[in-house]
Design a protein around this ligand. Structure first.
Ligand code: GDP
Ligand code: MG
Length: 450
């Protein structure tokens, strides 16, 4: 990692955008290609985060730029279903994400959640790259598997190129309306002021290989993926040297709290900076655990931690390591500060069903209140506010006019089906419609049931 005298950690990247623009597919595509080609290449997906080592990125971008200089050890992409909320979270001092990919569907242009994502990014001052996805939907598009986008574009007919330019200009106009200059990344002479657009395709295509028996090969299209990867890494390492400079001080945020069979409650964390070592004593929200499974892990990485007493961890808060000269009590206090600051913002008054983000732990409402949108997703726990919040079940499916939604807005009516632990409460809620009342506190009142 230490090249050019720099000691940089891996940048952390979030994927954002409107539902159905292809966020998940894009990630599948980045991951899948390599798996299919049998070159795991060190890619690891321990948790809702995928780590791409630099060697892997270099290999995949070879055709694009064989001499690409990569100064970072790799790239960590966060892709949990509720990851959107985490662009909003700050582990102490700095945000979790260094850079973002904003996915736009080339056929749809900017959509409501694209604009909301944009506003979040602006607010956080987070740099981003636009992935203009689904270029394969242009009429007559010829697939060029995993090709750099310029190469793929050169293979297209004049008609396809014209369609592309038409859509591109339209979408650049829409960005302009949001006060943002954008440009195709390879034409962009002023990155930083002008945001770069990388056309991509992430669809799975069927290839029919004819023989006596038809052989069908399923593969990802993947045009533009090399460009996206290289641009992300190069842009981050060029403009964020200070931010990405490796520091020994552990900076670590809890991403998810999960029960795993045979391990009890585990927490998935993103190690933003520093090193976690075997035997380290860690503190999360006042509860103690011991880090066990790896000898040593260096930032940035996503890790699963198994330990005693993690049940009440709150997602979005920090994990602390107790050093040899540290006072355990002081650290416990610091950890609890995180929790206090979120708990004071929770409205526990009145009756109601509280719906919370999917990526959160037991006292889940905590993170929701700092998120300006309400993300509903399968697996989201539903809680009732008695004494504390009591989890009565988890969302099994969500429908809005028979269309599944993974995102809910104020005023929207959604039917939520739950899989529950408490049969009585579950009975009461099953199949009912809820109106999203308040985006901020994410409280769904029983009075507004259909
Ligand atoms: P997300 O909601 O943003 O995560 O979107 P998904 O990755 O789940 O994709 C939504 C739909 O768009 C799925 O049906 C995908 O197959 C389709 N899709 C995603 N990427 C592409 C693409 O590049 N081209 C085409 N034609 N379809 C795509
Ligand atoms: Mg998705």
């Amino acid at each position: 990692p230490a090249q050019n005298g720099q000691n940089l950690r891996s940048p952390i990247c979030c994927i954002m955008g409107h539902v159905d623009t292809g966020k998940t597919k894009l990630l599948d595509c980045i991951r899948g290609t390599n798996v299919q080609e049998g070159e795991a290449g060190g890619i690891t997906q321990q948790i809702g985060a995928t780590y791409f080592p630099a060697e892997n990125i270099r290999e995949r971008t070879m055709e694009l730029k064989a001499d690409a200089k990569l100064n970072v050890p790799g790239l960590l992409v966060i892709d949990t279903p509720g990851h959107e909320s985490f662009t909003n979270l700050r582990s102490r001092g700095s945000g979790l994400c260094d850079i973002a990919i904003l996915v736009v569907d080339i056929m749809h242009g900017l959509e409501p959640q694209t604009i909301e994502s944009l506003n979040l990014l602006k607010m956080r001052n987070t740099d981003f790259i636009v992935a203009l996805n689904k270029v394969d939907r242009l009429n007559g598009w010829k697939t060029c598997r995993n090709a750099p986008i310029r190469k793929a574009m050169n293979q297209q007919t004049k008609n396809v190129q014209d369609q592309f330019n038409g859509k591109l200009n339209q979408i650049r106009g829409q960005f302009m309306e949001q006060g943002l200059n954008t440009e195709l990344y390879y034409k962009n002479k002023s990155m930083g002021e002008t945001f770069s657009i990388v056309p991509t395709s992430a669809i799975r295509t069927l290839n029919f290989v004819a023989s006596s028996h038809m052989l069908v090969i399923v593969a990802n299209s993947g045009e533009g993926i090399p460009d996206l990867l290289l641009l992300l890494v190069q842009w981050a390492q060029r403009t964020m040297v200070k931010r990405l400079t490796y520091s020994n001080e552990v900076q670590c945020t809890v991403l998810e709290v999960k029960v795993v069979e045979g391990h009890g409650t585990t927490i998935d964390v993103v190690l933003v900076n520093g090193v976690l070592r075997e035997g380290d004593q860690v503190v999360v929200c006042g509860l103690q655990g011991t880090y066990l499974h790896h000898k040593e892990i260096k930032a940035a990485q996503g890790i699963k931690i198994t330990a005693q007493g993690l049940e009440h961890t709150i997602a979005g808060t920090s994990l602390y390591v107790v050093g040899p000269r540290d006072d355990l009590e002081n650290i416990k206090e610091a950890a609890m500060e995180d929790m206090k600051s979120v708990m004071t913002r929770i409205d526990k008054s009145g009756e109601g069903v509280y719906v919370q983000a999917s990526t959160l732990g037991y006292i889940q409402v905590a993170v929701m209140v700092v998120v300006p949108q309400l993300f509903l997703d399968v697996g989201t726990p539903l809680c009732v506010p008695q004494r504390d919040f009591i989890e009565i079940g988890r969302i099994a499916s969500i429908e809005n006019n028979h269309k599944p939604v993974d995102y809910a807005k104020k005023g929207q009516k959604v039917a939520i089906k739950i899989i529950g632990s408490n049969p009585e409460e579950k009975q009461k809620m099953f199949g009912r419609h809820f109106e999203i009342e308040d985006e901020l506190v994410s409280r769904i009142s029983r009075n507004s049931l259909d």
